[in-house]
Design a protein around this ligand. Structure first.
Ligand code: ATP
Length: 435
């Protein structure tokens, strides 16, 4: 176990000065209020693992909301509180956030339900957590300042790279931990301990995972799909028999696995373009995972998981269109008739980036894939250089004709017939102005 001296060295070497100052400031307010305050959870875990993690979770042995208010009285920041849970979020002017909780006792009325909260000690708070590796607490003030509290063997398990639950009913209390176990296992390169895996499997057998509500299930699944390479975790879900809990007909055949690999290539390709427009990789992977489901099953799944309706268009119409386009493009390729830029533009422009990346993942033909990437890099943003005002200045009276002219100019641009503003003016004069 790490000594205070070793811990302060880790803090000094691995945390940026701004974070160290922030934690010191929190400690001072804790001292002034005479309440013990701790950094806990993933932040401390990752500090020991040497992984960057600036999601700071603090636990106050006392009233976290009163603490947060006092901190914000002394520092330029604002606070958002949730009295029901005894939690607060401190929000700094640059948007940086720190979560504050009151050391609490949680009563689980029913497995899978949200906990009620009441004050209790830090140890009890840590005991309520998912895995031992998340139970470390770093004292920020008082006589213990700088010490690592390790009640449940977290340091040993970090060393052994093993995920263990804290007690036998852990998965029964909260079955979303099944998914969290898989996510941490793959992300950290750990393995689920033998006994923990037995508990996990028996929670599955006893039907507790079925009780997890749709939105919570969706949240866990999305978290897994947001990992940088989600396939190993999805394979582990399949191996443990979890996919049918997402949808009764969901499986992971080799075809879908290779789709994940292709999607990962497409997403990396996209990220290297630095378009400044973020894409939701998890949505691309979700399309891959559910690619074998018919439309009706997918709709049913979306409804049950409560998938936000803003994703509905991509998961519905656009998915259907991608499946159609894939067949169409491959037929055209088979006949040796590549799509012309105008055709590519017309067919691909309506699709969201996520749908395009899904299309790239689906086509198993480098040339067809290059049509899609060509569209994205060269055609997607194509637009006429002349504006309506300039057409007017050329002596064309405003009216429905403008739409036709702009379409003509766009097509000419896509076909490489015009490059400059002058080219466009010449074209407009030739085609739309009587001499
Ligand atoms: P990530 O890097 O994915 O955010 P994290 O460890 O910070 O990992 P969070 O989901 O942000 O995970 O949760 C913060 C802390 O809250 C965790 O360290 C964990 O101890 C605790 N926690 C979260 N979900 C649960 C749960 N379902 N049951 C018990 N404890 C949980």
């Amino acid at each position: 176990a790490l000594k205070k001296r070793q811990v302060s060295r880790l803090v000094r070497e691995r945390l940026p000065a701004s974070i160290r100052e922030l934690l010191a400031g929190m400690g001072e307010v804790g001292d002034a209020q005479n309440v013990p305050i701790f950094a806990v959870g993933g932040f401390v875990r990752d500090l020991l693992l040497g992984k960057e993690n600036l999601d700071i979770d603090l636990v106050i042995e006392g009233d976290g909301i009163a603490f947060a208010r006092e901190y914000c009285r002394r520092h330029p920041c604002r606070v958002r509180t949730h009295a029901k849970f005894g939690t607060a979020v401190i929000i700094f002017p640059d948007g940086f956030k720190v979560d504050i909780a009151s050391a609490r006792m949680e009563y689980y009325h029913e497995p899978g339900a949200l906990p009620n909260v009441e004050h209790a000690s830090i140890k009890l708070d840590l005991y309520r957590r998912d895995f031992t590796i998340n139970t470390l607490a770093l004292a920020l003030n008082g006589p213990e300042k700088g010490a690592l509290l390790d009640f449940f063997g977290a340091q040993r398990d970090l060393q052994d790279k093993v995920l263990r639950v804290l007690h036998n009913l852990s998965f029964v209390e909260d079955s979303t931990r099944v998914f969290r176990a898989i996510r941490f296992e793959q992300r950290l390169g750990f393995h689920i301990g033998l006994q923990t895996e037995q508990l996990l499997r028996s929670a599955l057998r006893m039907g507790f995972v079925e009780k997890v509500g749709g939105p919570r299930l969706f949240n866990e699944l999305a978290q897994i799909l947001k990992e940088s390479n989600p396939l190993p975790a999805v394979e582990r879900m399949a191996e443990l028999g979890l996919l049918p809990y997402i949808h009764s007909r969901l499986t992971l055949p080799p075809r879908v696995k290779s789709l994940f690999a292709e999607a990962s290539r497409a997403i990396h390709w996209y990220e290297l373009l630095y378009t400044g427009e973020p894409c939701q990789g998890w949505l691309v992977y979700f399309l891959c995972l559910t690619s074998g489901l018919d439309e009706e099953s997918l709709e049913e799944l979306n409804r049950r998981l409560g998938i936000p309706s803003r994703h509905g268009v991509i998961l519905g119409e656009q998915r259907r269109e991608v499946h159609r386009l894939q067949r169409f493009f491959e037929r055209r390729w088979g006949r040796g008739r590549p799509l012309r830029p105008v055709e590519l533009h017309a067919r691909l422009s309506p699709l969201a980036t996520e749908a395009l990346l899904y299309l790239m993942a689906r086509v198993d033909n480098d040339e067809v894939r290059s049509w899609v990437s060509y569209f994205y890099t060269a055609l997607r943003k194509a637009a006429p250089l002349l504006s309506g005002d300039e057409l007017k200045a050329l002596g064309i009276p405003p009216g429905p004709l403008y739409k036709k002219i702009l379409k003509t100019l766009l097509d000419a641009r896509l076909n490489g017939k015009v490059a400059s503003r002058e080219d466009e003016i010449v074209l407009v004069k030739k085609r739309f102005l009587k001499p």
